[in-house]
Design a protein around this ligand. Structure first.
Ligand code: NI
Length: 450
């Protein structure tokens, strides 16, 4: 039931919109920009763009504020300017369409913010967030990225640095599941048009057209991308390989959605045969239904995690219910196993600021995964083996589900394969305590400790 890597949407706070609508006649340009300025990205590095200039325009019917990176090279400057012009034109077109509603204190707004991020040794990204507000109609936010090779002074498209073949496109498509199939198929057809950024932890894709509310952001862990990356890029990415350097190959197996009266005992037996400890992210409702099975898991020495009470998307049910889902589950797991879970894996990997804050306040560590075995989807032993084999790397957290009998069928072969490759198995918490700060990323578990 756990299906996807989290899609983090950049949300526009509601109060900003209200403030803009209600107070735009009071607020001048500067205040407006201040109010809706995007949080600066902490690792901003801009080898070519030390300077941004902000172009503003202020008329009776609209305001524009556009953050423009100062680029020397014409071949890079041009496509960026073209995109900005395009945004402006689209905005002015909207202003024209709505001119009856504008004026007398009501103005339309266009804000474009730019940010730069270092990628590899010689490339960096410029990310634009473009936002329109026309009358009281909240326009859709856009993300646009430009990747620039500073040494060669040229713009880099995703297919320039990575193999976009059927296999890699499928892998990316799998991570877009849950969005309308026809839209997904459409965006998958043209990787050269994708908005993306890459660092040593992940490839991040930004799709503007999958969701009507705003851009969809998809993070793909670097270890899933490495097999397709151009070797030169890989070499200059400095992918965190701390545990490799120390000669240790630890991974964590995680089992979600149980306990299940049929599958969980089979998995316990196999783990015992291999002398392996894993982490079980239980649903409170399941632990309540099958307390003996839950207890067996704990007594076998496995780590117990919380996966909410009823497997609801914690970002969509409001704060009160979110808290209730987590606490009720903790309580039920505690009463079945005698252990209070200290790791929390939100269903669907769905996290927002509220979930993060609550996890922090309640001293729970949020844990996602880096390798999705797709056992919930493929329900096929060979497919599980090959999916894991392709994406496995030291430090990985492997997502499995102890509710499908095929997962239990696949486990002996999976363990044998990984053992042969020299991997050792530890729990998620043990793994996190071994990882250095440099290797910490949401894909190794969100290291948000309260
Ligand atoms: Ni799940």
């Amino acid at each position: 039931m756990l299906k996807k890597i989290p899609f983090r949407r950049i949300r526009w706070p509601g109060w900003v919109v209200l403030a803009v609508i209600g107070l735009s006649f009071v607020y001048g340009m500067t205040q407006l920009i201040e109010a809706i300025r995007f949080e600066p990205v902490s690792d901003s590095v801009s080898p070519l763009t030390n300077d941004y200039k902000t172009e503003t325009k202020n008329t009776d019917t609209y305001t524009m504020s556009i953050n423009i990176p100062m680029m020397e090279d014409e071949s890079i400057k041009k496509p960026i300017q073209r995109w900005i012009e395009h945004e402006k034109e689209a905005f002015l077109e909207k202003v024209k369409e709505n001119k009856n509603q504008l004026g007398n204190g009501t103005r339309a707004h266009l804000v474009i913010q730019a940010d730069s991020k270092k990628s590899t040794d010689d490339t960096f990204h410029i990310l634009f967030h473009s936002y329109m507000l026309v009358g009281d109609v909240k326009g859709k936010e856009h993300v646009k990225t430009f990747t620039i090779n500073a040494a060669e002074k040229k713009i880099v498209k995703l297919p320039d640095i990575m193999k976009t073949n059927e296999e890699s496109i499928n892998m990316i498509g799998n991570r877009l599941m849950g969005h309308p199939e026809s839209k997904v198929q459409k965006v998958l057809q043209d990787p050269a048009s994708w908005n993306w950024s890459l660092n040593e932890k992940a490839l991040t894709l930004y799709f503007n057209d999958l969701d009507e509310y705003g851009p969809t952001q998809v993070n793909i862990p670097i270890h899933a991308i490495l097999p397709y990356l151009d070797e030169r890029i890989e070499g200059s990415l400095k992918v965190a390989k701390a545990s490799v350097e120390y000669g240790e190959k630890y991974v964590a197996l995680t089992f979600d959605d149980g306990p299940d009266p049929d599958v969980t005992p089979r998995i316990l037996k196999i783990l015992k045969d291999h002398d392996v400890h894993a982490t079980f992210f239980m649903l409170g409702s399941q632990a309540e239904k099958y307390p003996d099975v839950a207890k067996d898991v704990a007594e076998a020495g496995h780590e117990i995690g919380n996966h909410s009470d009823h497997h609801k998307d914690l970002t969509k049910i409001g704060k009160e219910q979110m808290v209730q889902e987590v606490l009720a589950s903790s309580k039920k797991i505690m009463s079945a196993t005698g252990q209070l879970p200290s790791v929390l894996r939100p269903p669907y990997g769905a996290i927002n600021a509220e979930v993060e804050r609550f996890a922090q306040d309640s001293h729970s560590t949020l844990v996602l995964w880096s390798v999705d075995s797709l056992d919930w989807k493929n329900k096929n032993v060979n497919a599980i083996h090959s999916t894991v084999q392709k994406e496995i790397a030291p430090g990985a957290i492997i997502l499995l589900h102890d509710v499908h009998s095929t997962t239990a069928d696949a486990l002996p072969g999976l363990l044998a394969m990984l053992e042969k490759e020299g991997y050792q198995f530890i729990t998620v918490s043990q793994l996190q305590s071994k990882l250095t700060v440099e290797t910490a990323s949401p894909f190794y578990g969100n290291m948000k400790k309260g």
